[in-house]
Design a protein around this ligand. Structure first.
Ligand code: GDP
Ligand code: CO
Length: 410
C-alpha cells in the first residue's frame, strides 16, 4: 500500500494526533518517497494474522451483513456481536445460519454471540463487570456494549489488534479496504498504544434522484468542531486536526483497548478522544497509565479511497448521536467554561433540561480474565458459536466430546 505521510502531528500531553493521511494506492509498487510510505503486502498480512474484526449488528439486512463478512480478509478472525430480534421472525437465527454456512465454505474463523443471551450477562456478572448490565443481569442495548463483548472475545483469541466494521455497509469492497487501512496504520505506529480512525472521502446521498458525493455529515462536522475547540483552548493555538470524532470504523491495539474506558451506546467513538484527554491530555490531573503515557498514544486518521454507503437511519438517530457526542465533550475534565457554553448553545432544542445528561461510562476491561469468561460462555451460552479455522462445527463438537471422554477415562 502507498499511504501519505502525516503532514503534521498535534501533540496534546501524551496523545499524538496525526493529521489526515490519504491512501494513494491500495496495491503499490514499492516506491516510497519523503511524502509517502510504501507498506509491502507481507507486512499487512502479518497484521491480519494478529487481528480480530468485530461486526456489531442490530436488525440489518442479511445481504449487507453477508457482504461485510465475505469482504473481511481471510487471515483475520471475525467476531459478530448481534443484538437482532429473536422473536419470530428470528433474525439472529438467520444470521447464525449464514455465518455457519460461510464458515463451512471458507474455513475462516468466525465467532458469533447474541448480546441479550442471559448466560453472557451472567459471565459478565461472574467477571465482576456489571457496568454493562441492566437490572435483570442482561447486557444493555447499545453499540458500545456490543463492542465490549467483541473485544473480550478478541482478547480470548490472543489477538494484538482489534478493529470494527459496521454491518450496514452496501459496498463489500470498501470493507476490505478499511481492514487494510487499519493494518497500514498499525504498520506505521511507533507506540504499542495506537488507534486508527477512518475518514470517508465521500458519503454519497441521493439528492433529487442523483447521487451527490457529500464529504461531511452534520454530526461529525459538529463533533469535530468542539473536540478541536477543546484542544485549541487548552493549548492556546487553534487546531482543526481532529476529523474523525464519530469514526464508527476504527481499530486499536489490544494494549490500548485494555486501558480505555467506554461510553455507552453511540457516544463511544467521540469518547475515545475525551477519555484519552482526561487520562493523558495536556495538564491532565492524574495519568491513567504510566507505561502508556511514556510510550505516547498515537491516533492515525486515514482517508479511505472508497466512499461509504450505508443504511440511512433517520433524523432521530442522527439527533441522538449528536446529543451523545456533545454530552461527552461537555463532561471532559479539560473542558473550560467557553467550550461548555458553546456546546450548550449548539445543543439548543436537543436539550431536555438545563444541563446535558452524563453518559454512562464503563471502566477498562483490562483486568477481566477473558479465558475464564469464554470458558463459561462455551459451556453455558446457547447463542455462542465459535467456528474455528480449519475445523467444521460438527468436528469441533466432536473434538470437545473426545476431549471430555479422554478426561473421563483418565
Ligand atoms: P451509524 O452508521 O453510525 O449511523 O450507526 P448504525 O446505526 O449504522 O450502527 C452502527 C453499527 O452498529 C451497525 O452495524 C448496527 O447494526 C450496529 N448496532 C447498532 N446498535 C447496536 C446494538 O445495540 N448492539 C449491537 N451489537 N450492534 C448495534
Ligand atoms: Co451505519
Amino acid at each position: 500500500m502507498l499511504i501519505e505521510m502525516p503532514r503534521h502531528t498535534e501533540i496534546f500531553g501524551s496523545v499524538k494526533i496525526h493529521e489526515m493521511q490519504r491512501i494513494l494506492k491500495i496495491d503499490s509498487g514499492g516506491f516510497a518517497n519523503s511524502r509517502a510510505k510504501d507498506i509491502p503486502f507481507d507486512e499487512i498480512k502479518d497484521v491480519f494474522r494478529r487481528f480480530a474484526i468485530i461486526v456489531p449488528v442490530k436488525d440489518e439486512k442479511i445481504h449487507l451483513l453477508e457482504g461485510v463478512l465475505r469482504a473481511i480478509p481471510f487471515d483475520c478472525s471475525v467476531i459478530v456481536v448481534s443484538n437482532s430480534r429473536r422473536d419470530a421472525p428470528d433474525t439472529y437465527k438467520m444470521e447464525k445460519d449464514m455465518v455457519k454456512n460461510l464458515h463451512d465454505l471458507t474455513q475462516q474463523e468466525i465467532l458469533i454471540v447474541h448480546q441479550k443471551d442471559p448466560d453472557l450477562g451472567f459471565a459478565f456478572y461472574e467477571a465482576g463487570y456489571d457496568y454493562i448490565l441492566d437490572k435483570d443481569t442482561v447486557v444493555r442495548d447499545g453499540k458500545a456494549e456490543g463492542m465490549i463483548i467483541g473485544m473480550l472475545l478478541a482478547k480470548s483469541l490472543g489477538k494484538d489488534f482489534i478493529g470494527f466494521a459496521d454491518a450496514d455497509n452496501y459496498i463489500p469492497g470498501s470493507v476490505r479496504e478499511y481492514v487494510m487501512d487499519y493494518a497500514a496504520g498499525f504498520c506505521m505506529a511507533e507506540s504499542p498504544y495506537s488507534m486508527v480512525r477512518l475518514h470517508w472521502r465521500y458519503k454519497p446521498k441521493v439528492v433529487e434522484d442523483k447521487l451527490y458525493f457529500q464529504k461531511w455529515g452534520r454530526v461529525s462536522e459538529t463533533t469535530n468542531k468542539y473536540i478541536n475547540l477543546l484542544i485549541s483552548t487548552r493549548v492556546g493555538f487553534e487546531t482543526r486536526v481532529v476529523i474523525t470524532g464519530n469514526a464508527g470504523e476504527h481499530a486499536l491495539t489490544t494494549k490500548l483497548a485494555d486501558i480505555l474506558s467506554y461510553s455507552a451506546g453511540y457516544s463511544v467513538e467521540p469518547y475515545h478522544f475525551i477519555c484519552l484527554f482526561d487520562g493523558f491530555g495536556l495538564d491532565a490531573e492524574c495519568i491513567t497509565d504510566a507505561d502508556a503515557a511514556n510510550a505516547g498514544i498515537e491516533i492515525f486518521q486515514i482517508e479511505t479511497l472508497n466512499p461509504h454507503i450505508h443504511e440511512e437511519k433517520g433524523d432521530e438517530h442522527v439527533n441522538n448521536m449528536l446529543l451523545g457526542s456533545l454530552q461527552t465533550i461537555y463532561y471532559c475534565k479539560l473542558c473550560n467554561d467557553l467550550v461548555r457554553s458553546k456546546v450548550l448553545e449548539e445543543l439548543g432544542d436537543l436539550l431536555e433540561f438545563d444541563e446535558p445528561k452524563e453518559n454512562i461510562i464503563m471502566p477498562p476491561i483490562g483486568e477481566i480474565d477473558t479465558h475464564r469468561f469464554v470458558k463459561l460462555l462455551e459451556s453455558t451460552a446457547e447463542t455462542f458459536t465459535r467456528c474455528k479455522q480449519g475445523i467444521t462445527e460438527c468436528e469441533a463438537e466432536k473434538e470437545e466430546y473426545l476431549e471430555e471422554e479422554s478426561v473421563r477415562t483418565l
